[in-house]
Design a protein around this ligand. Structure first.
Ligand code: SF4
Ligand code: SF4
Length: 97
């Protein structure tokens, strides 16, 4: 509900994506928060799994070839995976819309 000042509460900033209860992040499309997304260069990737280990939202899953793939539904674009990749195989790309 909007306050009399016209300033909306933080729960109204992005309806459907706000985490309002403890532990309910998996139910929400937290990827809507993102302004950048990670892309992996498979030519550089050594399949070490560091991105999987360090991602705070556990959005990586290993595919049938052993590469770690992001699930953009939950990826918030924090960039930790790109920072932690030992061979700089992950680049953060700005969202276009
Ligand atoms: S940008 Fe952040 S949330 Fe997205 S995959 Fe990398 S570490 Fe996870
Ligand atoms: S951290 Fe980098 S090299 Fe390791 S699996 Fe992820 S993308 Fe590949």
């Amino acid at each position: 509900m909007a306050r009399e000042s016209g300033i909306i509460s933080w729960k109204e900033l992005n309806p459907g994506t706000a985490i309002t209860e403890p532990g309910n992040a998996a139910e929400l499309k937290t990827g809507d928060w993102r302004s950048m997304h990670p892309e992996t260069d498979r030519g550089k990737c050594i399949k070490c799994g560091q991105c999987y280990i360090f991602c705070p939202d556990m959005v990586y899953a290993k595919d049938e070839e052993g590469y770690y793939v992001q699930n953009y539904y939950w990826c918030k674009g924090c960039g930790i995976c790109a920072r932690e990749c030992p061979v700089a195989a992950i680049k953060m790309i700005e969202e276009v819309d």
